[in-house]
Design a protein around this ligand. Sequence first.
Ligand code: MN
Ligand code: MN
Length: 279
Amino acid sequence: MLYMGSRGQGDICIIGVPFDSTASFRPGARFAPNAIREASYCLEMYSPGQDISLEDVSFMDSGDLELPPGDPFPALDMIETEVSTRIKEGKTPFVIGGEHTLSLGSVRAVTKTYPGLKVIQLDAHADLRDKYLGQKLSHATVMKRIIETIGDDCLRQIGIRSFTREESGLVRSLCVDTTGKLLDWAKGGPCYITCDLDILDPSVLPGTGAPEPGGISFNELVNMLLDLIYNLNIVGIDIVELAPNIDVSGSSSVVAAKVVRECLLAIGKKESEKDKKAI
Ligand code: MN
Ligand code: MN
């Protein structure tokens, strides 16, 4: 399987965002989009679990954005513009990070087209600090900035196992413990999934900026994502926080590539079912 082989037209548009300017502990997420493309070589196009192949899915890879290093604000504007452009073309944006801060740019674009957007965050960390090391904008504050944009009744979290006392009140009201609760909450309206790969246990994905022990397995994550994609109206998705340089074995990149494949296939399957109904 090779995502880059599919450049051109497609209903789903992969957007690579090689951005990790606010990484605090271990940088390297900027290398993730290409590492995921490379790792995808070792995966099949066909998913036995979903019984669908990428050959049957209409998707394209628009390559990587060329982002300025340092100050995250202009980078976020560029991400927002690119995601908006792809939505206007009728495509579903599928953003591959990069660090989690980029989700703010992507959500800003998606919520303009889809008012009432609900965001589902899969993550080990709450990312709800008001400031982190004096900065308003970083991977540790990004979800706070997002709820300031869409309202805190439009965000739910799952997988959270690390937060500060300052964040604990918000986490109590936003974090749920089952996928079923997310489905009940988000049913009907447009939804955006932001998947921070550190929701996985570090034994599954050591290659990430801020690994947090006590996470879920690969199958648990994929089952959760497929449940959400099959049962909700997903209008955008991002998958963030792979730092391939940290895992010398390279297997974290393969894990991330397989998560991306399963999501692409699930979104594609859903689209083709919609098309059949329309005929
Ligand atoms: Mn995280
Ligand atoms: Mn995060």
